[in-house]
Design a protein around this ligand. Structure first.
Ligand SMILES: Cc1cc2nc3c(=O)[nH]c(=O)nc-3n(C[C@H](O)[C@H](O)[C@H](O)COP(=O)(O)O)c2cc1C
Length: 281
């Protein structure tokens, strides 16, 4: 069965061959990391990459404090090498970005156009990054997040917003705001909220939804899918063995039972829009 027929999943106008993604880890997830795991994933978000002077300074501070960060003087040149290396693969690529102004994001989008998905890092909670006006700052100041989404969409590119659940005053409102601002993807770190958070975000917006946080087994992945996630992503346990196991089990399940026909969505109070023909058998 062709990958599109199996999962009917497109991101950035490209077929996502399996609904398993790698989530970014600063200083760790780059093109080489993704290429080593490319057989088992459909999408990957490299980075996070700091893209302007205030966020690069924040990265340097964080590195001095012992965190892994990608450090360079010229962000476009550094990112260009990563994007180029991934062009040979069939993995749909996103770049997770930390910028202090909407203009910084737009500049990156002008450089790489539709070659990648542009993911806004509204997730990082490190004080240096928050002080630079990105990461979690954007969840507490959604007007700025909207400005960044609009600046990127003005460049006609695909936009993902990486959020951490439970930080914004209301995640459902945030999902609606992100949707109305024009974003294409919500990539949600569910923290400890689990599948109820998937359903809350799914019910608030029609965007492609990537569920993240400790989704390392087939059962956890299916739980996320049956409550409305389109993909799952892994960061800390994104080793080839775990990704291969997930990909194989999900693919087998789709081949045997079909992807949009999982009865438990209805039976367990899941998301009915994913299974128009599902019945509680
Ligand atoms: C070392 C490390 C670095 C991370 N860096 C980023 C980052 O730069 N941008 C981002 O959006 N999330 C970042 N994350 C968060 C992960 O993408 C992910 O949301 C989180 O680890 C939960 O998923 P997991 O349980 O699969 O690891 C980082 C996580 C770790 C552990």
């Amino acid at each position: 069965m062709e990958a599109y027929d199996r999962f009917e999943l497109l991101i950035n106008d490209r077929i996502v061959k399996t609904p398993v993604a790698i989530a970014s880890m600063a200083g760790i997830v780059d093109a080489a990391y993704v290429l080593e795991r490319a057989d088992h994933i459909g999408a990957a978000f490299i980075g996070g990459y700091s893209i302007d002077a205030p966020t690069l300074e924040a990265s340097r501070r964080m590195a001095e404090e012992g965190r892994k960060e990608f450090l360079y003087d010229d962000p476009l040149e550094a990112l260009g090498r990563e994007v180029e290396a991934l062009k040979q693969s069939d993995v749909v690529t996103g770049i997770n970005l930390r910028g202090s102004t909407p203009a910084s994001y737009a500049e990156v989008a002008r450089a790489f156009e539709d070659a990648v998905v542009y993911e806004i890092d509204a997730h990082c909670r490190q004080p240096a990054m928050v002080e630079a006006g990105c990461g979690e700052y954007l969840l507490r100041h959604p007007a700025k997040l909207v400005e960044i989404i609009r600046a990127l969409k003005a460049e006609d590119v695909t936009v993902s917003v990486k959020i951490r659940a439970g930080v914004a005053s209301n995640d459902a409102d945030l999902a609606r705001i992100v949707w109305k601002a024009g974003a294409d993807i919500i990539h949600a770190d569910l923290m400890d909220f689990g599948h109820n958070k998937v359903r809350q975000i799914r019910n608030a917006s029609p965007l492609t939804l990537i569920a993240n946080n400790s989704i390392t087994t087939f059962d956890k992945a299916m739980d996320a899918f049956s409550h409305g996630a389109d993909l799952v992503s892994l960061a800390r346990q994104s080793d080839a063995w775990t990704l291969a196991g997930l990909d194989a089990a999900i693919t087998r399940s789709a081949e045997e039972g079909g992807w949009y026909n999982a009865p438990k969505q209805l039976c367990r109070g899941g998301d009915i829009r994913r299974s128009p023909s599902a019945a509680c058998r």
